[in-house]
Ligand binder design. Structure first.
Ligand code: HEM
Length: 225
């Protein structure tokens, strides 16, 4: 079982993740209509690129835009979740060892204590986001089964990884569960709202270029669209 999960199933998950993301990105940009979406890539490109980078930058920055500032509690939960969700899978020492052994890359890693603290942060944030979805009527009414499932799929690799690392149960079982849930997460990305991790950049680039070139961005330093 372990051989299958860390062999063919892992490769299949990576193939679906990267292939699916590439497919969506190509479709997204091909689907833009130069009249309806007012995209100009070849005219005033310098202004467009600058505005696209600015749009990505201010939206990534905690409290960088008004939307982040009007919901400070959610913003904190959001960053607590996303900082761990992105950095721990990439730089946890256990993952770095595997990347180095399997592909010979000199992959950087973070101290175990930091990975542990960030994982705890992710679990805490998931709990907060879950409660928020449950108790705020304006959020609950637009929450579908998929939103709950997406949250569960996002959280599962962290909960199981935490249990496996601290050996709170059968080490073999929880390590296997951790790898399987990580693969489920990768496979889910192109098919669910989790694709937002790529779409975020596509939309920010498009909107940034659009406003930076055509909607006043060339005349003023700009607004963080
Ligand atoms: C560069 C990568 C990523 C970016 C830019 C990003 C960005 C975002 C944004 C803008 C939102 C919406 C916030 C709002 O409701 O206003 C969001 C929500 C969410 N993201 Fe990400 N994300 C990224 C990676 C990830 C990853 C790797 C995961 C899973 C492990 C993830 C899971 C989620 C979940 C579950 C929500 C919904 C939270 C809720 O239920 O309200 N994201 N993300």
């Amino acid at each position: 079982m372990y051989q299958i999960v860390t062999g063919p199933l892992l490769w299949l998950s990576f193939a679906i993740f990267f292939g699916g993301c590439l497919f969506h990105v190509i479709n997204y940009f091909k689907g833009l209509d130069s009249r309806v979406d007012r995209v100009t890539y070849k005219v005033n490109t310098r202004h467009g690129v600058r505005a696209a980078l600015r749009s990505i930058g201010v939206w990534i920055l905690p409290f960088g835009t008004r939307s982040w500032r009007v919901k400070p509690g959610y913003t904190l939960l959001f960053y607590l979740f996303h900082v761990g969700a992105l950095s721990v899978p990439l730089f946890a020492s256990g993952h770095a060892v595997i990347i180095t052994q399997r592909w010979g890359l000199n992959w950087p890693s973070m101290p175990d204590m930091l990975a542990d603290a960030l994982t705890l942060g992710v679990m805490l944030a998931v709990f907060g986001i879950f409660i928020r979805r449950l108790i705020l009527p304006e959020v609950r009414i637009i929450s579908s089964g998929w939103d709950w499932l997406t949250l569960a799929i996002s959280a599962a690799p962290f909960f199981t990884g935490f249990i496996a690392y601290h050996q709170l149960g059968s080490g073999h079982f929880w390590t296997l569960a951790h790898i399987l849930f990580g693969e489920i997460l990768l496979i889910a990305v192109p098919f669910t709202k989790l694709f937002h991790m790529v779409l975020f950049f596509c939309t920010r680039i498009q909107i940034g270029m659009d406003f930076g070139i055509k909607r006043g961005g060339m005349k003023s330093p700009g607004f963080p669209w």
